[in-house]
Design a protein around this ligand. Structure first.
Ligand code: NAD
Ligand code: DAU
Length: 358
């Protein structure tokens, strides 16, 4: 079986849902259920014996050790992290604790477990660390896209904490021989994206008649990848990636933020027009820029394409249309996330006891 961490968050939950739809292999899902973790996203798995949910912290080495000894996973996929750049600017400490200290404790527990394996179980074991293109820093307009050998130049507390975790993962391979894989992916979008991030925030605010806050001039460039394509890349790296290697994952789809916001508005104008007939673009408001805002990210996903034959299935046009449609059809999910109702429900259901199993 697989041990997935952070599998109640945006990408982790998409991964678990896709995995269990395509494979008989069970998943143990360890998630702390921070504000970003949402069991409602995993509701389709209620009663599924191949999904074991455990509420807990990757930094809790005793809990992780117990899970490893009990379930004997053949691989670990580490999604768990604090992931929002703006939150890291307001308060970096949680990012240091989870992304750096938490990853360290997780690696220590995994090293102890893996050290006790023998034969093929030891040889075939994998620790896959899910990371970000933000560790490479910011590009100028004419710079070549990030390759796996681009130097690390993180600029926010979030990206610095992810960079530190990447270095720890690398060190555990070089020092101890732990069979690790690292993926560095660009901006994801799609179903179950928490509405603090650009695309879901724009959809949700537009429908609520609120302002669409675009930081600065809106000409910052990101490379966007549909989340299901990120999940397929991770499955492929797990299956065929070479231990110790890093794979960049991206959508070959660079766009300035303002173009993304215009696209979202145009789709909403088509699919759920405002009653007054005015475009949602009228709600766009340029606001103060993010401190230290990286100007451009671009991923060269050539290595994973050449070596593992992976490429994205969605174009941006098809992916963003599916995404807007998903948010229109899942207003309840958004309402519950925003109201905090899902957290009340998890507290009610699990109490405050760490390690409770659903
Ligand atoms: P998210 O914030 O939506 O979800 C993170 C999940 O981790 C949540 O369910 C949360 O409860 C859980 N978590 C947080 N701290 C934990 C801890 N100490 N122990 C156990 N669980 C904990 O994040 P996401 O967008 O799904 O990102 C997942 C991973 O992918 C992160 O490592 C992130 O850095 C990376 N990544 C994200 C993107 C993106 O565009 N969202 C792109 C590239 C890489
Ligand atoms: O590049 C991968 C990274 O993408 C991941 O590692 C992070 O976990 C993920 O959060 C994301 O980081 P970004 O900072 O790029 O994503 P965000 O959605 O917060 O912002 C995207 C761009 O939109 C960025 O340039 C900031 C801008 N923005 C964002 C928000 C929330 C706005 O202009 N207005 C906003 O209100």
């Amino acid at each position: 079986m697989l041990l997935v961490t952070g599998g109640a968050g945006f990408i982790g939950a998409n991964f678990v849902l896709d995995w269990l739809a395509q494979s008989d292999e069970p998943v143990v899902n360890l998630d702390k259920l921070t504000y970003a973790g949402n069991l409602e996203t995993l509701a389709p798995l209620n009663g599924n014996p191949r999904h074991v949910f455990v509420k807990g912290d990757i930094g809790d080495a005793a809990l992780v050790g117990e899970l490893l000894r009990t379930h004997k996973p053949r691989a670990i996929i580490n999604f768990a992290a604090e992931s929002h750049v703006d939150r890291s600017i307001h308060g970096p400490e949680d990012f240091i604790q989870t992304n750096i200290v938490g990853t360290f404790h997780l690696l220590e527990a995994v090293r102890a477990y893996w050290g006790g394996l023998i034969g093929d179980a030891k040889k075939d074991f994998r620790f896959l660390h899910v990371s970000t293109d933000e560790v490479y820093g910011s590009l100028g307009g004419d710079d070549a896209a990030f390759t796996e050998t681009h130097r690390y130049e993180p600029n926010s507390p979030y990206s610095a904490s992810k960079a530190a975790s990447d270095h720890l993962v690398r060190a555990y391979h070089h020092t101890y021989g732990l069979p690790v894989l690292t993926t560095n992916c660009s901006n994801n979008y799609g179903p179950y994206h928490f509405p603090e991030k650009l695309i879901p925030l724009m959809i949700v605010n537009a429908l609520a008649g609120k302002a669409l806050p675009v930081y600065g001039d809106g000409m910052q460039v990101r490379d966007w990848l549909y989340v299901k394509d990120h999940c397929s890349a991770i499955r492929r790296v797990l299956e065929a990636g070479r231990p110790g290697e890093v794979y960049n994952v991206g959508g070959w789809n660079e766009k300035p933020n303002i173009d993304i916001v215009h696209t979202v508005c145009s789709l909403l104008d088509e699919m759920r027009p405002r009653t007054d007939g005015i475009s949602y673009k009228a709600q766009i408001a340029h606001v103060t820029d993010r401190p230290g805002h990286d100007r451009r990210y671009a991923i060269d996903a050539g290595k994973i394409q050449r070596e593992l034959g992976w490429q994205p299935a969605e174009t941006f046009d098809s992916g963003i249309r599916k995404t807007v449609d998903w948010y229109l059809r899942n207003a309840d999910w958004v309402t519950h996330v925003q109201s905090g109702a899902y957290r009340e429900w998890t507290d009610l259901h699990y109490g405050k006891v760490e390690g409770a199993v659903a």
